[in-house]
Design a protein around this ligand. Structure first.
Ligand code: ADP
Length: 315
């Protein structure tokens, strides 16, 4: 309902997360590309379009006082027509705002005006692993270890905060200017409250069998998705992808996939441990970065942005 949105997204009005709170003073929204968005104290200049999500369009937002560039998820209020939409956004913000880690996109500021809600995020200027795989198809094993290691650090952290992401996939592994992996999009995330979850959500290709089978599930569903992501990085497509959703689901619940022999033996071993059909048999997230896949082999500490487009020559 519009009323509840106007009185703040479920009470989350103007949350400046690392400075003083101030109430909004409005926004001058026109079609010009240089729009100033103001939340009382902070004024942002709306710049380049970065991407589109469910309700949101994402633009660069430049803080005019510091010149720091953020990614602003802008959610038009006239698109939020149902109370559960408001709840969903409020939930995303209330979960995301408490997460502070190098491998998680930082939620810097949340505010709203009459027209929009604004989620001001750490900017990830190199897009995401999805874009890397789009250009590269697959990546080398040292690069896969680089991305995997940081994905796992991010997931270990959010799990320690009792958060299940539930939609881990290459498109939600954002990349900062210096190619650091940042987990993003907490739109489907949930807080673990002791009761295991039963609702179905996630992205078809990366969804865990216990979620599809409507069984209770927990943190292990994220570990399954990590397995699908590692497979996709090394093979070029996710393990259960087919032209039909029904067939994909059937393959997931029957654990039907093959790993090409181009993948190293330890790579194949780790994928199998991540894609265990029973969640209790899956490798623990804490153990992934100590797996043999990482032993006595090279894992880069940094990656050149050129790796978004071409395979590096490690030497
Ligand atoms: P939704 O949750 O509505 O699906 P997303 O969070 O997936 O929206 O964002 C939509 C698109 O915006 C992403 O695919 C990405 O291209 C861009 N984007 C989102 N967050 C950032 C960010 N922090 N930095 C840079 N681009 C971003």
């Amino acid at each position: 309902k519009k009323d509840s949105m106007d009185s703040g997204v479920a009470g989350l009005r103007d949350q400046h997360l690392n400075s003083n709170n101030k109430s909004c003073s409005g926004c001058t929204d026109t079609d010009s590309s240089e729009i100033e968005v103001s939340s009382g104290k902070t004024t942002y200049l709306k710049g380049k379009f970065l991407g589109k999500g469910g309700f949101a369009h994402v633009h660069e937002l430049v803080d005019l006082s510091t010149r720091i560039v953020y990614a602003g998820k802008i959610i038009p209020k006239n698109r939020i027509t149902k109370p559960h939409h408001i709840q969903k956004i409020a939930r995303e913000i209330s979960i995301h705002r408490n997460l502070v880690h190098k491998n998680v996109v930082r939620l810097h500021h949340f505010f709203e005006d009459n027209a929009n809600a604004y989620i001001v995020l750490e900017n990830c200027s190199r897009k995401s692993l999805f874009h890397v795989l789009k250009h590269r198809y697959s990546v080398t094993e040292p690069e896969a270890r680089y991305y995997l290691r940081q994905l796992v650090e991010g997931v270990k952290y959010i799990h320690s905060q009792k958060v299940i992401h539930r939609d881990l996939k290459p498109g939600n592994m954002l990349l900062s200017e210096d190619m650091v992996v940042k987990l993003g999009d907490f739109g489907l995330a949930t807080l673990v409250d002791g009761n295991k979850k039963v609702s179905i959500c996630g992205t078809p290709n990366y969804i865990a069998p216990e979620v599809l089978n409507k069984l209770s599930y927990s943190y292990e569903a994220d570990v399954w998705a990590i397995g699908c992501i590692l497979y996709a990085m090394l093979v070029g497509q996710p393990p259960f992808e087919t032209a039909s959703l029904k067939e994909t689901y059937s393959r997931i619940v029957n654990n039907k996939y093959t790993i090409p022999l181009t993948v190293s033996e330890n790579g194949r071993k780790l994928i199998r441990q991540l894609l265990q059909p029973l969640p209790e048999n899956r490798i623990l997230v804490e153990k992934i970065n100590g797996h043999d896949f990482f032993k006595n082999v090279y894992t880069p500490d940094t990656l050149s942005p050129l790796c978004c487009y071409t395979a590096p020559a490690f030497n």
